[in-house]
Design a protein around this ligand. Structure first.
Ligand code: 0A1
Ligand code: ZN
Length: 874
């Protein structure tokens, strides 16, 4: 940290740039220990800029060699080099600025800007990484046409890539020079460069207008057998975006590169996506079904950014959700179309309710369009991404599918080639549909999770049901007295026969029949349903129609009824989760027994072959400890762990025969295929195995048989996880050793091996984690390994992370301090679990706070870590 107190940046201070950069020509000479960067910028003063405004370029950790304007070298007194700026005071209206500087990619451990991963060079420029490459107007509203030349040793770096199309290649004695040109203007955060000894898998795609596009995935040679699935997912994404959004790809080539050292999942650089290798590489032997699905979703996400993000980009970083919320919404719709829409909705709601609601309830709570930040990297959050996507989804619920498509067409047409705001997106939706979304926009500005309570009164004589809905949104840091939001409440009334009843609402204007949505727009509203011939069971917030916490008294009998009968799959699952939560609460003394009705209901789900197995698997999955914590007023991790275990055991024992039968029914000798139906069957089969292992020793033997026979990582890993969680430590160690002996040469598989142990309630104690950190497979410089060990421990092995002696908190704080300087983004992201200290039981809470204070007391905190720790301690 350079300043004692890093300063916040405010949305209200936004000003248009004084200069623009029409073209950017970059030359990279990749030398042994450093890189020489030469840039040539064709610039002009913007019309609105003051005549004498100085040019202030961003730059970080750059060794400046020379600056010239219109071919004339500037003397040092003609410019000023600050800590993070280069200022040139006197400039004409139009000019060509040339800069030479040196950078040191080998020493770059922060993995922002140009850095080395293994033997290759790669870049990460979002959000503000480009300024670590050269001096520039590194802000998304400065868009330029880029040409890039790369000069490097021809043998070490046979592959040299940048954005756009390849325009030239030259042999220069011993070295090679390649040139790329991207005709689409773009902000610097979408710039990318890669150089390495890579192999590539190729394919092609013919766009809807008949243009041929080359598709390439570049990998290190040992991974060439892991590209097929991503290529297939890419082609499906390209077709889907044409069919569902009318969006066509716009260059001759689309490239993906897999790199091992990467802070995030992937990056949508124009025409040259760079992926964390864990989010793109897969083959049946090494990747689980979950990994396949993640790869499909991320490939789609990055591809979809080509329109929602690249062709239309963000004006400033406060608008980040403009591209991220919309693109997550788009990739979620794609995944829903590829697999089961209900299951996808369950998965997304689970993330919202565990991770996003927790963020909303903590010190880093922020609106989907934040007002301020200290370090933008801290704002790549579940609120910006997932809540942002939920907000887009609510717009679609309000406008309907067709209206939404009209809105998105208008948005892309109106703003192609521009850097715009979230409100430009909303305005396109309004204008295309003739609706006023003014009230709805509060979703973007108010942080926090609204609470909606429901009360209903049935009048048998009048055959009416009167439903009163109330909403309130709790205060969050810096925001009090929130106003009511526009909340779409998708609902149904279910009769005694389990069928949906006809719905006839007053006021009729508050009801949209085709989406079955009731519009709650005030703090309290009463709706009357007419023609209700019997007391119905209410099914509220179907399809998770709004990201809110619902308070609606329903008995366990009603919940069981919904679980069995609701026509909305999401609410069947939700009823089951609420029921199980009630069980877990009642099992606080570690004793729990299932009622016959509940047992029979779950037994029939397990036996019902007409149901989607993936759905049944979710219906029988207990809420996670994190989910339970989110629904507790004061969090006591040890009590949650014990109570959940008691319910798990009761389910395992009372449904043992059904789990075994289900397991046997779904076993298959067919060879592995990463297709939806097979994935669904495997998910239920392996869930059944996990319960069987809890119930009886024969389950453990079956797990070993499955482990040994498995020809794919899904079954091998499921057997390993079931064994690790069985509590039989000796058998767990045997399989873990066998696993490592088999897979020690494959880094991505070893990472899974690390996280199984680190995230396990049976193994992951702080002492055990410290021993894993000493293992030769661990490496502090690799973010995936840090996440596999420290991340898995602090987010999954909650009972150990929250150990009563504070050892878990100390371990996490040690890790944060160790990474603070080397990789601030990763250090800051690790901090999440500690920031929730206020919600814990007092003894734990104090211990957590003490660790935050210990971090705060260190000098030299990065902006990233400083922001999270200082806000957490307020
Ligand atoms: N825009 C990318 C993810 C990403 C975000 C931030 C980064 O650095 C701070 C890097 C990548 C995406 O949404 O996929
Ligand atoms: Zn994204």
């Amino acid at each position: 940290m350079k300043d004692a107190q890093p300063k916040a940046i405010y949305l209200n201070d936004y000003r248009e740039p004084d200069f623009r950069i029409d073209t950017t020509e970059l030359t990279f000479a990749l030398e042994e220990d450093s890189t020489l960067v030469s840039s040539k910028l064709v610039m002009q003063r913007n019309q609105n800029a003051e005549n004498n405004a100085a040019l202030v370029l961003h730059g970080q950790e750059l060794e400046l060699l020379s600056v010239s304007v219109d071919g004339k070298l500037l003397a040092p007194e003609q410019y000023e080099v600050g800590e993070e700026t280069l200022t040139i005071a006197t400039l004409p209206e139009r000019f060509v600025l040339e800069i030479q500087n040196r950078i040191y990619p080998h020493k770059n451990t922060a993995l922002e800007g140009l850095y080395r991963s293994g033997g290759m060079y790669c870049t990460q420029c979002e959000a503000e990484g480009f300024r670590r490459i050269t001096y520039y107007l590194d802000r998304p509203d400065v868009m330029s046409v880029f040409t890039t030349h790369i000069i490097a040793d021809a043998e070490k770096y046979p592959v040299m890539l940048s954005n756009g199309n390849l325009i030239d290649e030259q042999q220069l004695d011993g070295k090679r020079k390649v040139s790329w040109h991207d005709p689409h203007k773009k902000p610097a955060y979408l710039f990318a460069l890669v150089a390495g000894d890579l192999l590539c898998s190729s394919d092609e795609f013919v766009t809807m207008s008949g243009r041929k596009v080359d598709l390439r995935i570049f990998v290190e040679p040992q991974n060439i057998d892991k590209t097929e699935y991503a290529l297939d997912a890419l082609k499906r994404s390209m077709r889907w975006d044409e069919e569902v959004y009318g969006r066509e790809y716009d260059l001759d080539i689309f490239m993906i590169v897999a790199v091992d050292d990467f802070n995030m999942g992937a990056m949508e650089n124009k025409g040259l996506n760079i992926f964390n290798s864990s989010c793109v590489l897969a083959n049946p032997a090494t990747a689980t079904d979950a990994a396949y699905q993640r790869i499909e979703a991320i490939v789609a996400h990055e591809y979809f950014h080509n329109w929602s993000g690249n062709r239309v980009t963000c004006r400033d970083w406060f608008q980040l959700s403009l591209k991220e919320g919309f693109t997550v919404f788009r990739d979620a719709s794609f995944s829903a179309d590829m697999h089961s829409a209900t299951v996808k909705r369950i998965e997304d709601a689970n993330i919202m309710r565990t991770v996003q609601f927790a963020e909303d309830g903590g010190p880093m709570a922020h609106p989907v369009q934040p007002d301020s930040f200290i370090e933008i990297s801290n704002f790549y959050t579940v609120t910006i991404y997932e809540k942002g996507a939920e907000v887009v989804g609510m717009i679609r619920k309000i406008l309907g599918t067709e209206g939404f498509r009209k809105g998105s067409d208008l948005y892309f047409e109106r703003h192609d080639g521009q850097a715009v705001t979230i409100y430009d997106f909303v305005a396109a939706m309004e204008d295309a549909n003739g609706v006023d979304l003014t009230l709805f926009k509060r979703w973007y500005k108010q942080a926090g999770t609204p609470r909606v309570s429901a009360e209903s009164v049935y009048d048998a004589a009048a055959q009416t049901l009167t439903l009163t809905l109330r909403q309130m949104c709790p205060d969050t840091p810096g925001q009090t007295g929130k106003l009511p939001m526009w909340i779409p409440v998708q609902l149904g009334l279910i009769g005694g026969d389990g069928q949906d009843m006809a719905v006839n609402v007053e006021p009729a204007s508050a009801w949209t029949a085709d989406s079955q949505v009731l519009h709650l727009t005030e703090a309290e509203q009463t709706f009357v349903f007419h023609g209700v011939t019997e007391q119905p069971v209410l099914s509220l917030f179907r399809d998770f129609s709004a990201p809110v916490k619902v308070e609606c008294e329903q008995s366990n009998e009603e919940l069981l009824f919904l679980l069995q009968n609701d026509s909305d799959g999401f609410n069947r699952w939700d009823a089951g989760q609420r029921l199980m939560l009630n069980w877990i609460r009642s099992a606080a003394d570690s004793q729990f027994e299932l009622t016959d009705d509940a047992r029979n209901a779950f037994a029939s789900l397990l036996a019902d072959e007409s149901l989607d197995p993936a759905m049944v698997s979710y219906l029988l999955t207990l809420p996670s400890e994190a989910y339970i914590a989110e629904f507790s007023d004061v969090v006591d991790p040890a009590a949650i762990h014990k109570a959940r275990k008691a319910v798990q055991l009761a389910l395992a024992e009372s449904l043992q025969a059904e789990f075994i039968a289900c397991y046997q029914r779904l076993r298959s000798d067919a060879s592995y295929q990463p297709v939806a139906a097979d994935m669904a069957a495997r998910s239920l089969k392996n869930l059944a195995l996990s319960y069987w292992v809890k119930a009886d020793a024969s389950g453990l033997q079956q797990a070993e048989r499955q482990y040994t026979a498995a020809d794919n990582m899904t079954d091998q890993m499921a057997a390993l996880v079931a064994t690790v969680n069985s509590g039989d430590r000796a058998q767990a160690q045997t399989l873990l050793d066998r696993f490592y002996a088999q897979w020690s040469g494959d880094a991505l598989v070893v990472n899974q091996w690390l996280s199984v142990q680190a995230g396990s309630a049976e193994m992951g104690t702080a002492d055990y984690i410290r021993s894993l950190l000493q293992h030769p497979a661990f490496d502090w410089r690799n973010p995936n390994k840090v996440r596999s060990v420290i991340g898995a421990f602090a987010n999954q092995a909650l009972v150990h992370f929250h150990a009563t002696d504070g050892s878990g908190y100390e371990l996490l704080a040690d890790a944060v301090l160790r990474l603070n300087e080397a990789n601030p983004q990763i250090a800051s992201r690790l901090l999440g679990p500690l920031t929730k200290w206020k919600r814990l039981v007092p003894a734990q809470s104090q211990l957590m706070k003490a660790q935050l204070e210990r971090i705060m007391a260190q000098g030299n905190l990065s902006k990233d870590v400083y922001e999270v720790v200082s806000k957490s301690l307020i």
